[in-house]
Design a protein around this ligand. Sequence first.
Ligand SMILES: *Cc1c(COP(=O)(O)O)cnc(C)c1O
Length: 371
Amino acid sequence: MTVRVPFMTLEPRGDEPAIRAEIDRVIRSGWFILGPELEAFEVEFATATGSAFAVGVGSGTDAIALALRALGIGPGDEVITTPLSAAYTALAILHTGATPVFADIDPIRLTIDPAAVEAAVTPRTAAIVPVHLYGQPADMPRLQALADRHGLAMVEDCCQAHLATCGGRPVGSFGIAAAYSFYPTKNLGALGDAGAVTTDDASLAAKLRRLRNGGQSDRYHHVEPGWNSRLDEIQAAVLRARLPFLAGRNARRRALAARYRRALAGAPVIVPSECDAGHVYHLFPILSRQREALTAHLQQAGIGTLVHYPVPIPRQPALAGIARPESCPVADRVCSEVLSLPLHPDLTDTDADLVASAVRSFTAPAQAPAS
Ligand SMILES: *Cc1c(COP(=O)(O)O)cnc(C)c1O
C-alpha cells in the first residue's frame, strides 16, 4: 500500500544549502565544543524565549535533570509531574535521585491538573515539572499560584512548546527554569541530540554552566560532581540557522491546525480543545474509542499516524515499584484513545485535506455489546 501522507519526514528541507554552509564553517574553525557558536546560540535563544539566560546541554532529558540538580533537588525529594508525556520527563527526575510523583491530567487540556497537583503535595515535595504537552501550555497561572503557596520550585518542560505562550506570556517564564529539547522532530530541531535550560536567575545559569561541564570551575578543577552534557558547536550552528524561521514555522503549524479543526467538525472523533491561542502544535492529537480501527482505516488510505503516548508513564515497567500512584484514570483513558495526525510545517494544505477527509469517512465498527 502506498504512503500518501507520511506522519512526518526529516529529509532535507529547503534549508539544506544554508545548513551545509554552517557545518562547513564550524569544521574549518576547528572548534567543536563550548565555543563561539554555542555562545551566540545561547544569547539568541534566550532572546527568542524572553529569558535572560540560556545554557546549552546535551538533550532535553539532561536539561530537566540538570535544572533540578542545579536547584539542589535530589534523593529524598519528591517532584510532581504528569503521567502523560514522553517518559523522559519522569526519567530525568529519577536521574537526580528524586522520586517522581504523578498528578493526573485535566481531561480537556490534557496537561497536568492543578487540583491533582494540590492533592499530591507532601512535606517532601520539592518541585513541580509541568509539561506543555503537544505545544499547548499547561494552566500556568494556577500552577504558579500553587507553587508559590507551597514554596515549591517549578521547572517547565518546554520540549514540545518552543515559543508557545500562556495568556500571552512566554512559556518558560513562569518557573525558575525551563527545559528545551532540540531533538530532530521538535519544533526547533538539530541534526542530532541537543537541549537547553533557560532561566532569569544569573547564579542558577552559572551553576548550570558548571554542572554541564563536569562541575569544573576552571579547566581541570572540578568543584562538584557535574555531568558531561554539552551542546556541540555543529548542532549550535544548525540551530542558529534555523531559529530565525521558528516563529514562521510555528505559524504554519497553527494554520494547519485551524484547517484540521474546520475540516474535522462533525467527524466521528474528538478533537481536543485549543485552550490558549499560544498553542504551537508540536502535535495534533485526536481521540477515538475505536483507535485501532481508525488507525487501520487511515493506514489503508496511505496516512501515517503515531500514538503519543500509548502507555501512561507510571505504568511503564521502568518505573515499576517507584511510580506513585500507578493509576491516573484520566491519563489511562487518554492513552488508550489518543492518535496523532500528521502535522508539520512542510505539510501541504492538500495533504491536510486528504487526512481530514479520510478521518471523516471513518465509520466505527459495530461495538461489542457491553457484558
Ligand atoms: C522530547 C521530549 C523530552 C526529552 O527530550 P530529549 O532531547 O529527547 O532528551 C522530554 N519531555 C518532552 C515533553 C519531550 O517531548
